[in-house]
Design a protein around this ligand. Sequence first.
Ligand SMILES: Cc1cc2nc3c(=O)[nH]c(=O)nc-3n(C[C@H](O)[C@H](O)[C@H](O)COP(=O)(O)OP(=O)(O)OC[C@H]3O[C@@H](n4cnc5c(N)ncnc54)[C@H](O)[C@@H]3O)c2cc1C
Ligand code: SF4
Ligand code: SF4
Ligand code: SF4
Length: 410
Amino acid sequence: MKDNKEIVLFESKDQCCACGACMNVCPKQAIRMEEDKYGFLYPRIDSDKCIGCGACKRVCAYQQVEEKNSPLISYAAVNCSNDQKTVSASGGIFAAFATKIIDDGGVVFGCALEEVHDSLIPHHIAIDSISELGRLQGSKYVQSSTEFSFSQARKYLDEGRKVLYSGTPCQIAGLKSYLGKAYDNLILVDLICHGVPSAKFFNDYLNAVKNRRHYRKITNYSFRDKKKGWGMNFRIDAIDANGKSISFYNPARLASYNTLFLDGLTYRDNCYNCKYASKKRPGDITIGDYWGIANEHPELINKNGFDERYGISCLIANTEKGKSFCNELDEYLEKVESQYSKIAKRNKQLNKPSERSPKRDNIMNIYAEKGYEGIEALYRKKYRKQRIVHFVYNKIPRSIRNVIKKYKDQ
Ligand SMILES: Cc1cc2nc3c(=O)[nH]c(=O)nc-3n(C[C@H](O)[C@H](O)[C@H](O)COP(=O)(O)OP(=O)(O)OC[C@H]3O[C@@H](n4cnc5c(N)ncnc54)[C@H](O)[C@@H]3O)c2cc1C
Ligand code: SF4
Ligand code: SF4
Ligand code: SF4
């Protein structure tokens, strides 16, 4: 029987992270994720289908669950294979985890960036073969849609298969709440995360690049390409006006999307008061970049694969299960014990959320009113000096830049 009480999933936008748990739990498929004018996804209830059971409201971890896990042990870590590190954003730790789970016959969930109707869509998928691993590797600095991956994960878990689910902390908390009970065969991996722009904003940026450079099509985008080392250079793969496949590389600071992302000006509303930007983590394991490792652990550099050119990760076990999983990985990664306080020194998101600049709403409103052209015009005007500085800085040989960086980090 239908209970006519209207269900309100959130009172204000900063109460919803778009984890999708409510959509996955609804027994009547009455919830869809819909874009707002900035492209951010929010759940919407179809009142004709809804029976008012309230399951969607009860499952919302973002509004109702306080995380209890906190760091048990922290490491600096790298994948044993340089090839794996090269195609990963930091030290390739995720690939090491995924390889172990797949070798054990399990399933791995994570974010893939895939072409759908001429757009590059970030969404969560499941893989169970090493040949598919590349689809999940590399950070995509844009919100990934979890779609129905939570119910898919439960199906595998109930079949008794090992499952590793990776994502932003809010996605991991959403999955845990959706599952409603602990599974011994589940490993949850959350990323250190400072916030996400919308997939629409990202694709509008790609379209602006495509039009400006007269490409026929953009076929792939790597947010952190390591051709020039561990850092924030991006790569675009495209088909040019003559039908030739090309790739171009640039430092993040020379592109509008990446610059505004790094400056924290284009994130979803709730990212600015993210409850997971703390020691309380939803994952069994937390992974991120080990920024500043040369200062914190100079003794490790250039030994046993700890090479800054390829990237070095931090690895934090938050549960006993996470800790023992880390101890099963000797075949796949090198790890050396470190300290949470050292890792958190240059990863502010482990202590507090990204700050919401007064400029953020202005920028998002320009986007809503003028589209990405408005954003590009703003970037060219406001970031002119910064672009020149970065352009010149990137012409300096890397060895000299590393010395400058080390000096600045002290
Ligand atoms: C939006 C975002 C913000 C981040 N912010 C920080 C930060 O402030 N500090 C820091 O140290 N690290 C941050 N990271 C994590 C970092 O970029 C690396 O992803 C992490 O160190 C893992 O690197 P890796 O080399 O082990 O694996 P990689 O192969 O580089 O990473 C793959 C993993 O990232 C996941 N992933 C990629 N994109 C997304 C996405 N959009 N949503 C959910 N999961 C995704 C995949 O599912 C997989 O688990 C962020 C990542 C994302 C996606
Ligand atoms: S469950 Fe997730 S998607 Fe649904 S309202 Fe809560 S935060 Fe938003
Ligand atoms: S109240 Fe029940 S039926 Fe209605 S949207 Fe929520 S979960 Fe679905
Ligand atoms: S900053 Fe927090 S709320 Fe935003 S995507 Fe990351 S984990 Fe989710």
